[in-house]
Design a protein. Structure first.
Lengths: 1204, 293
């Protein structure tokens, strides 16, 4: 019998179209993941698209969606007999439970495995298409396609299937079958989001308990380099093995439970409740009172019928109430509400965390958090209940009565719309309450109810309504509710995909609205107009569909299209006014939107913008090495008009020919289209100008002789017109303008404007991005790293803004005055040299100031953001003390921090001026004493740049970037260490280590050693900070600082003179300075950490303790240490060991260790044992316990000590 | 009032001809519509109840064009479909109040009076607060009757109203209907001949979309007077023989034996006894005549 059930099930599945549809789905998705590199999860870079890691990734992600399919197939296989009532026939036959359940289960298992095998064939087929990117494909590795399927997918099907089978068999409810897949999928996805929000580095237990494998794979492969990703498969060890064992075991348990509890009878396990229901029904039946009235029919009372507008209104109310109570009395609705609350509360809990750091859960963050998850539920409810409402009368068979009621179709339709609209209002209100509740719980009491109301009810709600209108229309048109669901969800899912493929126009992506960002400084600011008109437009469009929905709505018993069209024809005349109205609304708002986004402003898709960049490179790169004069002085007059989001101004550059040849052409790059006119203090004419004036060549009548200077005057400005379809310039805001010298003309060809993403370059048919020159390159060593068009400048500006704002630019304030109701400020830097890098800011600021050692410290902030002003000042003062003492004197007598809107999230160091995003330090919050004070760190880092970046600048060659970022990072670490202690820094560095290792794993070009870094932030920030800190730990902070001081003394303001006689420094001199201070037996550290990529694999193996007779503790610790050198792709070659590594013994629990003994030991062999005697009872011991060295398995360095 | 149906035809997309050129005039009082399953009764009723459009033909309710002025018809209509369901978790009172509002009874007092009266009449008073979805078949049917009688309808269309009612409730309903039906048009479709005989001064028989007979039950019976004969036969062979020789109207089982009724102008002899004609004979005879044509 088993075989019969098995074969029946298999045949049933193989006859059904759905099995093939699933197969095709997996085939197609897998195929595209390989054949179209843009499509799949593997992404950019050098990872093989059909390599083992890529295939596993594709399989795992497809399996995630497969959850729903597994639920559908396994669930229905057991439910079919109950749905079709064939169980009465079956269960009266002599069949065993094993045959029945086993056959059904095994048949489903085989069928679904066949369906999932589409992945294998899809990836294989994708690998062999001619148009795929063959540099990223390999062949001849059949096992790579099969192994992940056998190791991952099949166990996945087994345990998910068994689980779903068990639940379905025991509940016997179709709702449960369909819901369990979706529910697990959603819970999983949201769980992952929440887990990532905690920014936990934990990947052991989370990897084991991860049912769908995203975290599991991340845990196992997160630090795999390209080479490893292209050669290694996950195999039966460690976390992967435990995970598979755990979940397979759970699957087995589910099967056993199912077998043990499944009743071979009509009664479901939930029979108790159904018995109760039956009893109740019986009770009702009996209660059904017998007639006790006279047999003569009494006369019915006479009533009056009134029809007219008032009655229509009352009909609408009555219908709406009925429909609303239908929704509100449904358990699924409240189940969704409970889920919404659960997720809102959960996300709300993490609203006060950004990138693992605590911030105050200000209202915009809280709304964003609670609304983020809730929005999904708004749309789920809209999708589900739009269908329920449209189909309600038909589903309940009440249509016969309902449709014959004297009401207009419009009344009926409106009642559905209003009922759903009210249900959504309830959801929105609940979301708001969750937000306020979570703010209270987090101890934040500045509730901005207005902001909640605006975001939820003014911005989001209309978009939900637009979606509802759309869903109503689809459900009206289709002949089946589930087809309707498919179309509605399909649209929802396809919008982001379409957007990604370059269909970016709000006007044709149904329901699309331009992105916007709320800012405390600027409110909804300039986004209001675009957002409003987009919503009005889509509301208009969808309302037109709604009118057609009314005309086409089903009434009566005829469903055929011809009949409905005929009826629609009869109904339409009355609907014409509404149709015309909404048509006018849609056309008017759409035209206005088009006029603003396409006529007043140029509309460019991301691809078109890249094409402009590519053309620039193609056309003008030939001029890159053409000698051009350098800017030596800047004087400008800038008028900012924040209320118009515009500015205009004039500027003068003093240009000097620092080359040894005469210069007869001046080339100007204007990538932001902000330069209006250029003139020179001598005869000149325009030679040529590229499209959009992006590159203009001027010829000077009299060439500029070597050493000679010329004055170039120009007009700059930017005028905002109306609104754009997204891509608004973030630099210009009603409150919080912040733009920089990028809006000024750039002399010569600007290589920073080149596309750098390899894939995008390939798309534009550009060759690989030109690498930075080798150190010592005779041309580039004399070019300033940051500002190639200049070396150093003197600077003067007059900047004005509206009367209610303050304008700030680098320089000392010489004069401030008011003229025509506008504020004017004159800033002058005097003779102090600056990098040619300056900014203009304007906003309604409050100022906190302090004078510290004759230096004016100022913070320009938005009222309400006072939380961390003292912290910032404290960091500045400590930094000034430390840097002054350790490196060189501070070159300015002021330091200013200025807040700007969170459209951009960074802090940036301009000369004595640091624009600092409102989304970063201003709302940061220290919850516990030993938390990482990121505001303090960032402030110290930016201050550090006043030395490393504004005193010391390297040449435009490999490695130079580390001399600014790595050294600023190191400086900040030291300043923070002074306040918070070394333990706190170690905690911080663990995250830095993780970020570095992930950074190199995701490298799309190649990883350079630190001193040759080009464009790899993970090297110059995370690795740089870590190794500098470690070096200081090994050779001493004083030695490192002495090296830095000497290096800085020698190269500070290199090329600040008129002639470019010397090269800018590069990392060769920097390394030499470090080596000079490093003892001979530590020199290897510089070689390893700065000049190579070296990875350790340190591990504590065993640790035991015995108490000595004199009541001390002797710890015997066995460790393993390995060291390997990696090349730019991650290929490792083992190195011999001759290294000093920390060996430590600790008391206290895991993660709260206190050192009892910590010594650097010289290790020369892979395995070594140490004996350490400590005074207190130790608990933990290990090698390199603070992860000072780069180690890919950082968490096995310490282990618990066991007693002997 | 009178309802004039003329030349009504309807063919469904699947080719089924549900109505074939039906013309009828129905005045006040009860009108019985008899016919077998699938005869087109429900199509006709739904068409009159504005739920469906015919391909051809017209329906006038006095001077209302039923096919065009649907909402005006719906205002005076009370309709009980053959099968209907209810919204889950709604109780009878709330639902009736809602339907009363929909039917334009805007005066709350009148509405309450009417709803309460109907709940009493249909014997649902005690269950009025219970969810309709928990109602038994009979209770649900009574609720359907109640909602059809809200708002003193001028045109009542009840499709198989007595299905699922126990004998007592059936009587009560028929009484109620006939007490109302004197001044309004009531169209009652049924395949239970008895209902028509008891209630309807006029009736029609339709089958296969055709109108077979229209008239009063009494007239119809008159036409069969002395023409119905019956005989009890014991074997199938005998039955077959009679079927071949005579115009058999119907056969019934009586105590395990077949009682055969035949139509004959004169005594077919051979043990046949003359019977009083009943409406069922009219019905079966109409159907069998149609089958022969």
């Amino acid at each position: 019998m088993f075989w019969e059930f098995f074969l029946f099930e298999l045949k049933f599945r193989l006859k059904g179209i759905s099995t093939y549809a699933y197969f095709l789905f997996f085939f197609g998705m897998a195929f595209l993941s390989v054949a179209a590199e843009d499509f799949g999860p593997v992404g950019n870079g050098k990872v093989l698209l059909n390599g083992p890691w890529a295939i596993s990734t594709v399989y795992i992600q497809l399996c995630l969606f497969g959850i729903i399919i597994v639920a559908a197939i396994f669930g229905t296989s057991i439910l079919r007999d109950f749905q079709r009532d064939t169980y009465q026939l079956l269960f009266t036959k002599p069949i065993s439970k094993f045959d029945y359940l086993g056959g059904r289960w095994a048949g489903s298992f085989v069928a679904i495995t066949l369906a999932f095998s589409g992945m294998i064939f899809g990836t294989m087929a994708g690998s062999s298409v001619p148009w795929a990117d063959h540099t990223r494909l390999t062949s001849g590795h059949i096992w790579w396609y099969v192994q992940p399927f056998l190791y991952f997918v099949v166990p996945q099907i087994f345990f998910l299937g068994s689980l779903f089978f068990c639940v379905a068999a025991l509940t016997r409810k179709i709702v449960v079958v369909y819901l369990q897949g979706v529910a697990i999928f959603m819970v999983y996805v949201i769980g992952i989001t929440v887990f990532s929000a905690t920014r936990s580095l934990e990947r052991f237990w989370s990897g084991i308990f991860d049912p769908a494998g995203l975290l599991l794979q991340d845990g196992v492969t997160r630090y795999w380099t390209v080479v490893e990703k292209n050669t290694l498969l996950m195999h039966w060890t460690g976390v992967f093995l435990y995970n598979r064992l755990f979940w397979t075991g759970l699957g087995l348990i589910a099967l056993i439970v199912c077998f043990a509890l499944f009743p071979m009878s009509v009664e479901a396990l939930t029979a108790v409740s159904s018995k109760r229901r039956a009893a109740k029904a019986k009770h009702l039946e009996q209660e059904d009172p017998r007639p006790k009235r006279s047999l003569v029919a009494a006369k019915l009372p006479t009533v009056h019928q009134i029809f007219g507008p008032a009655t229509t209104w009352r009909q609408l109310i009555s219908l709406t109430r009925l429909r609303l109570s239908n929704i509100l009395r449904e358990i699924p609705f409240w189940a969704l509400v409970c889920l919404l609350i659960a997720f809102a509360v959960n996300n709300g809990y993490f609203a006060g965390r950004i990138a693992g750091r605590d911030v105050w859960p200000v209202t915009y963050l809280m709304v964003q958090a609670v609304e983020g998850s809730a929005t999904l539920f708004f749309y789920i409810v809209a999708t589900l209940y739009a269908a329920e409402l449209v189909w309600r009368e038909r589903d309940t068979h009440f249509d016969g009565i309902h449709d014959a009621l004297p009401m207009r179709e419009t009344t009926d339709w409106l009642s559905k719309f209003i009922a759903l609209a009210i249900a959504e209002l309830i959801l929105l209100a609940i979301t708001m309450v969750c937000g306020i509740f979570m703010q209270t719980l987090a101890g934040y009491y500045h509730f901005e109810i207005g902001q909640y109301l605006k975001e939820l009810f003014v911005v989001t709600y209309p978009q939900v309504l637009v979606f509802i209108l759309f869903a109503f229309f689809i459900q009206t048109v289709v002949s089946n509710k589930f087809v309707g669901h498919g179309i509605v969800i399909g649209l929802f899912v396809s919008l982001p995909i379409l957007f990604r493929y370059g269909f970016e126009n709000t006007l044709y992506l149904p329901g699309q609205t331009p992105t916007y960002t709320y800012s405390d400084m600027n409110g909804y600011g300039h986004f209001v107009a675009a957002l409003t008109w987009a919503i009005v437009y889509w509301f208009g469009v969808m309302a037109i569909l709604a009118v057609f929905s009314i005309a086409l709505s089903r009434r009566g018993s005829e469903d055929s299209w011809s009949a409905r069209r005929k009826v629609a024809g009869q109904r339409l005349p009355r609907l014409v006014p509404a149709l015309v109205f909404f048509l006018v609304v849609a056309i008017a708002s759409g035209s206005w939107y088009y006029f603003n986004s396409h006529v007043r402003n140029e509309f460019l898709s991301a691809k078109q913008r890249r094409a402009i960049q590519a053309d620039y490179e193609r056309n003008y790169k030939k001029y890159e090495l053409l000698p051009q004069p350098k800017i030596v002085a800047v004087d400008s007059k800038i008028d900012i008009f924040p209320e118009r989001r515009s500015f205009e101004g004039t500027g003068t550059f003093v240009l000097q020919n620092k080359s040894d040849k005469p210069i007869d052409q001046i080339h100007i790059t204007d990538s932001l289209q902000s330069v209006e006119s250029v003139s020179f203090d001598r005869g000149f004419h325009k030679v040529s100008s590229g499209p959009r004036d992006i590159y203009t060549i001027y010829a000077l009548d009299k060439p500029l002789q070597p050493g000679e200077t010329a004055r170039m005057t120009f007009k700059v400005g930017y005028e905002s017109h109306g609104f754009r379809d997204g891509n608004e310039r973030p630099e210009l805001a009603y409150n919080g303008t912040f733009f920089d010298s990028g809006y000024f003309p750039y002399i010569g060809y600007d290589r920073n404007a080149e596309l750098d993403d390899p894939r995008r370059r390939a798309e534009e048919k550009l060759p690989a991005l030109e690498e930075l020159a080798e150190r010592g390159d005779p041309y580039w060593e004399r070019v300033n790293l940051f500002t190639p068009q200049s070396d150093w400048i003197t600077y003067h500006t007059v900047v004005s803004t509206s009367g209610d704002q303050t304008a700030i630019a680098p320089g000392y304030l010489k004069k401030a005055w008011t003229e025509n109701g506008r504020h004017f400020y004159e800033y002058d830097m005097g003779p102090t040299h600056l990098a040619d890098f300056f900014s203009y800011l304007s906003g309604r600021y409050q100022v906190k100031e302090e004078k510290y050692k004759n230096i004016n410290l100022q913070i320009f902030y938005t009222p309400g953001h006072e939380y961390n002003l003292d912290d910032m000042l404290q960091a500045t003062k400590s930094g000034l003390d430390y840097y002054d003492k350790s490196f060189s004197p501070y070159q300015f007598d002021q330091f200013r921090i200025i807040e700007f809107p969170r459209y951009r999230q960074f802090a940036q160091s301009f000369p004595n001026t640091v624009p600092y995003s409102e989304g970063m330090g201003f709302i940061a919050r220290m919850k516990k004493q030993d938390d990482i004070d990121f505001t303090y760190f960032v402030t110290a880092h930016e201050l550090g740049h006043q030395w490393w970046g504004h005193q010391l600048i390297g040449g435009q060659v490999r490695g130079s970037n580390m001399m600014s970022e790595t050294l600023a990072e190191y400086s900040a670490l030291k300043v923070m260490e002074k306040k918070y202690g070394a333990d706190n820094i170690h905690k911080y560095l663990k995250h830095e280590l993780d970020a570095y290792l992930r950074g190199r794993a995701g490298e799309i070009r190649k990883e350079p050693p630190l001193v040759l870094v080009q464009r790899e932030p993970y090297v110059w920030y995370q690795k740089g900070g870590l190794v500098m800190y470690t070096l200081a730990d090994y050779i001493g902070e004083d030695k490192v600082n002495a090296a830095l001081k000497k290096f800085l003394d020698e190269y500070r303001y290199a090329n600040a003179t008129d002639s470019q006689t010397v090269a800018y420094p590069d990392t060769r001199q920097f390394v030499a300075a470090l080596r000079e201070q490093t003892p001979p037996d530590m020199q290897y550290l510089i070689t390893d950490m700065f000049e190579s990529i070296v990875l350790y694999d340190n591990k504590a193996l065993t640790a035991t303790v015995t108490e000595t007779p004199d009541h001390k503790y002797k710890v015997e610790l066995a460790v393993q240490a390995r060291k390997a050198k990696a090349d730019e792709n991650g290929n490792e070659t083992p190195m011999s060991l001759n290294d000093y590594i920390d060996i430590g013994v600790f008391s206290g629990a895991k993660d709260h260790e206190k050192p009892l003994s910590l010594k650097k030991e010289k290790l020369t062999q892979e395995h070594q044992t140490f004996e350490i005697i400590v005074d207190q009872k130790p608990t933990r011991a290990g090698i390199d316990p603070y992860n000072k060295l780069i180690d890919r398995t950082a968490d096995d360095n310490l282990i618990d000590i066991t007693s002997k | 009032m009178s309802l004039k149906i003329s030349g009504l035809s309807k063919t469904y997309p699947n080719g089924v001809k549900a109505l074939k050129n039906i013309s009828l005039t129905i005045g006040n009082n009860m009108f019985g519509l008899l016919g077998p399953n699938g005869a087109g009764k429900s199509t006709l009723m739904r068409t009159i109840a504005t739920l469906q459009d015919p391909d051809e033909g017209e329906i006038w309710l006095d001077d209302l064009n039923v096919l065009k002025q649907k909402n005006s018809v719906r205002e005076v209509l009370g309709y009980l479909p053959q099968e209907f369901g209810v919204y889950p978790k709604m109780n009878a009172v709330d639902m009736l109040h809602h339907l009363a509002v929909m039917k334009g009874i805007t005066n709350a007092g009148e509405r309450k009076e009417m709803v309460d009266a109907l709940l009493n009449q249909t014997n649902l008073w005690d269950s009025r607060k219970k969810a309709l979805s928990t109602y038994s078949g009979g209770m649900k049917q009574r609720f359907g009757i109640a909602q059809a009688l809200l708002a003193n309808p001028k045109l009542i269309i009840v499709d198989e109203p007595t299905a699922g009612l126990d004998p007592a409730e059936r009587n009560r309903f028929l009484n109620l209907l006939s007490s109302i039906g004197r001044n309004v048009i009531v169209i009652l479709s049924t395949h239970i001949v008895e209902d028509v005989r008891e209630l309807c001064p006029r009736m029609a028989i339709i089958s296969n979309g055709q109108l077979l007979l229209e008239g009063s039950p009494a007239e119809s019976l008159d036409s069969l007077k002395n023409k119905i004969w019956s005989k009890v036969v014991s074997t199938d062979a005998e039955l077959t023989a009679i079927d071949a020789a005579f115009h058999v109207v119907s056969t019934h089982l009586v105590g395990g034996l077949h009682e055969v009724r035949v139509y004959s102008d004169s005594n077919p002899g051979d043990g046949f006894t003359q019977e009083d004609s009943n409406l069922e004979d009219v019905y079966f005879l109409s159907l069998s005549n149609q089958a022969k044509n």
